[in-house]
Ligand binder design. Structure first.
Ligand SMILES: [Zn+2]
Length: 118
């Protein structure tokens, strides 16, 4: 496993394009989850029978950055997401936003506390 200072580089073997994909996961995303394994969602292109397809890729990653499972869903010709796909994409983002908002209000409070002390 290669590591960068603030990101993990993972490789996973894709059954759809029979290729190994490289993905970079920020450490802040890995550390900021409330539940493990968590779904890491991204799109990747695949050439199958000369057709370019977009594949919705979900990797389930544990707290050590290990890939515990993968799930790939083909997007339809119209590229519309199903409700389930949208949910899978949006949920981790919403959780990330909630976490950032929490951090923000904690920091704001700390700043207020410091102001009143000085
Ligand atoms: Zn692939």
């Amino acid at each position: 496993m290669k590591t960068k200072k603030d990101a993990l580089i993972k490789y996973y073997r894709c059954n759809f394009c029979n290729a190994t994909h490289e993905i970079t996961i920020k450490k802040s995303i890995l550390d900021g989850q409330s539940k493990y394994p968590f779904p890491y969602v991204f799109l990747h292109d695949s050439m199958t029978n000369g057709d370019l397809q977009e594949l919705l890729t979900i990797l389930y990653i544990d707290s050590n950055g290990k890939i515990r499972g993968t799930e790939i869903q083909k997007l339809g010709d119209n590229n519309l997401f199903s409700k389930e796909q949208v949910f899978n994409i949006v949920k981790p983002l919403v959780e990330e936003i909630e976490r950032l908002q929490e951090d923000h209000s904690k920091l704001t409070k700390q700043i207020e506390d410091l102001k009143t002390k000085s």
